[in-house]
Design a protein around this ligand. Structure first.
Ligand code: PLP
Length: 287
């Protein structure tokens, strides 16, 4: 059976799934999205992603397309039809279709809703985590509302491409004061020279990562010392360990920044322990 997508009320074959040429998500990036990790066919961190989706929509005055309960049913049906156990669910909600124009349409439009489901190769991801990834740094050049998870991802895509061309797995944006904001598709963390876990605070212009939030709860439960405080790339090099978090990668060790080793350049024990603890929590609470 091939992949199935959900588009505006219908489940269709992935290859047949289409959106209108005047969909504002397509023309103006006037749309938001969410990504859930799937464990055994269940949505990880479901509540956090729903809450962020609702906030993103509200910040852009896009109506919620359906209740959380209804959306859960549709997401789960998409997962079921795709027969995916370990994977990712992608949901995009846009303002809808209207003749092209920058201002919102005069007549209210029905929000566009698209869902796709993809399988991930967990053993391959675990092997990647065991090796760690390298990151590059790049000047922050995104708009001022990175807290809204919009599909306007061109700076992120360009940063990720630059990373790929250098053989790196992620790009860290660095602000004008020299501090790392976050990755192109992840939040950035270090375990600093004093052994303190550090990640950027959410008053900064970053996405409020759901994986980041859950990991903070896990760390509190473990009694580990955490500071939501910015760090520089140099501090990352002097750190004991570094890692990134996101629904797609979970917790992924970082072994080098701009070609220089983080700590001793090896995957650190704490990052791997946190990966295990996060996965345990996400599995146990998936719905
Ligand atoms: N930061 C950015 C820019 C992202 O795109 C993502 C995920 O896509 C994250 C952080 C991590 O967020 P989450 O943990 O909610 O997946």
């Amino acid at each position: 059976m091939g992949r199935i997508a959900y588009v505006n009320g219908q489940f269709v074959r992935h290859g047949d799934a289409v959106v209108h040429i005047e969909d504002r998500g397509y023309q103006l990036a006037d749309a938001v999205y969410e990504v859930w990790a799937l464990f055994d066919g269940k949505l990880a961190d479901a509540e956090g992603h729903f809450a962020r989706l609702e906030r993103s929509l509200s910040e852009l005055s896009i109506p919620t397309p359906m209740s959380r309960a209804a959306l859960t049913i549709v997401l789960k049906e998409a997962v079921r039809q795709n027969r995916v156990r370990d994977g990712l669910v992608y949901l995009q909600v846009g303002r809808g279709v209207a003749p092209r124009g920058h201002a919102f349409p005069d007549q209210p439009t029905a929000p566009s809703v698209v869902i796709t489901v993809s399988a991930v190769d967990r053993p391959a991801l675990e092997a990647k985590a065991a090796k760690g990834v390298t990151v590059i740094t790049t000047p922050e050049n995104r708009w001022g509302r990175c807290d809204i998870k919009t599909v306007g991802l061109l700076p992120n895509a360009l940063a990720k491409q630059a990373a790929k061309e250098k053989g790196a797995g992620e790009a860290w944006f660095v602000d004008e004061l020299g501090f790392v904001t976050e990755g192109a598709s992840s939040n950035a963390w270090i375990i600093d020279a004093d052994g303190v876990l550090r990640t950027r605070d959410t008053n900064a212009n970053i996405l409020r990562g759901v994986t980041r939030r859950t990991l903070l709860d896990v760390l509190a439960g473990e009694g580990m010392k955490v500071e939501e405080r910015p760090f520089t790339p140099q501090e990352a090099l002097e750190a004991q360990e570094a890692f990134i978090t996101g629904a797609g990668i979970l917790v992924l060790p970082v072994v080098a920044v701009d070609g220089k080793p983080v700590g001793n350049g090896e995957v650190g024990p704490v990052a791997m322990k946190l990966r295990r603890l996060y996965i345990e929590r996400a599995r146990a609470t998936a719905v």
